[in-house]
Design a binder for this molecule. Sequence first.
Ligand code: DLL
Length: 429
Amino acid sequence: MVYKPEEAYDRAELRQLQTERLRETVENAYENVPFYREQLDEMGVTPEDIQSVEDVRKLPMTTKEDFRDEYPDGLFAVDDEEISRIHASSGTTGKPKIVSYTDEDLDVWSEVVAESLLASGVEPGDTVQNAYGYGLFTGGLGLHYGVEELGATVIPIGSGGTQRQVELMTDLESDCLTCTPSYALYLAETAEEMGFEPRELPISTIIFGAEPCTDPMREEIEERLDVNGIDIYGLSEIIGPGVSCECHEAQEGLHIWEDRFLPEVVDPRTGEPVEEGEEGELVLTTLSKEALPVLRYRTGDLTTLDYDECECGRTMVRMDNVTGRADDLLIVRGVNLYPSEIEHVVLDIDGVAPHYRIDLYKEGSLDVMELTIERDEDVEKSEKKLKDEILTRLSNVLQFTPDELDLVEPGGIARTEVGKVQRVYDHRE
Ligand code: DLL
């Protein structure tokens, strides 16, 4: 069952729609975003040059740094009065990426999430327990309005409070849980501790996303909770959750809602398109965003595209699930962090030497981060004072603190004599 006819358009029909929407998007960006107008002028490209979807390659690329440089609203294409909602993404150094939506954008967002839910096997009348965080993060509200749009019931419980999640799920007979994959496993563990048999819980579908989920992890979720595990993908810069989602019929790749987002895959080093079916960095162009039209966004996420017809009848391209990134983003319990951000904050503190390491472990299904930092020689502050200062600073700037913070003596961290320094040790794989 498809949510709207576009999902099963033949490719020629779809390309026509994409071309029209791409031209409108470029028009919007050209006329209303000086950042894009300057670049397009420099490249000698006008909206009229968009005659086919391939012409997307004539357009400039947008990066995370552009969002940072244009912080907070330099990429917005509409006046403040037209903006209905703001969200922000937790990534990038210091400042978050701010994103905005008009009423129409919010409708489109609800549409793509409803479309994703239906593809997942959720039906109108079902009860969806939404355990994504509400607030600036796009997960909570993004899923929320999609559930309502589909005509299903949403339980807006948000993240955390796991015992309560288990109790409510049982009492209200939730059919579907939406959360990060690591949280799904944590919930299973908690249910067990509470004396429940996780496989007996009423949910039959878990829609997970916001962080990578490898196949073995998905199998573990499906096995432990006796559910269908469905991968949903998205990012704030493009809209939030609902850029793509697996269909429950095939569960082989995530259908990108191509009438709203135009995908490309490029070589992360050169930015040049890869051969069809090859892995590379996903680049996305919004096709109907009003407040924040984004041209060729370098997502940093690695994937492949599969244009073969899917057994579900949808003709929209499928992307492979994202388990790696072109850069070094760390996702710890659903929070996006760059090692450079931690470095930035920590090394700014008096008494800290520029030598540190980040160790990531799994304790059960939860991510645990251990941060080891060298103290400067001749530091006056007590160890406790320095530690407190580091933790407070990390919490204030990044809204994140490591589970363990070790201060070691000068020279306590091994030096690299040859080659690149390694600072992140990910023991979770
Ligand atoms: O994480 C939006 C979202 C919320 C998606 C809920 C799915 C469910 P951001 O905080 O902006 O937005 O982070 C976006 O998270 O570029 C990926 O690196 C990663 N990511 C999102 N979904 C997946 C997924 C939300 N299904 C960044 N698999 C993206 C792997 C994912 N990584």
